[in-house]
Design a protein around this ligand. Sequence first.
Ligand code: FES
Length: 140
Amino acid sequence: MYSEKVMDHFMNPRNVGEIENASGVGTVGNAKCGDIMQMSLLIEDDIIKDVKFKTFGCGAAIATSSMATELIMGKTVDEALQLTNRAVADALDGLPAQKMHCSLLAEEAIKSALADYYQKTGKQLPEGFVIPHSEDHMEE
Ligand code: FES
């Protein structure tokens, strides 16, 4: 049911925890299952120097968040804003369809943390960017 990469990131999740004095923090909930995800980012010169996550989520949420942190590490904030849950799932060699909603937690928590950073620094969010809220998770 799960790929080897999913199992690896579930068993050995990368970048678990919370960054003190983070440049941006985002917490979102998944309306489908009630699970919660928090991402904290350390950003210098618009580059993501560190990222950590904490979750009350299932194994798929843990694996996708772990992979998502690896995908945005060292990227610019603008690049990180482009990350989609589909790209995270692809990097894990796929997820079962009924677990795709879990991967949304990682994407939305990163976007929420980035929005926090943009707001704190007075940077303009890209046009059309919608700050995620937990209510947005009704659909997959
Ligand atoms: Fe809640 Fe997967 S079942 S995040």
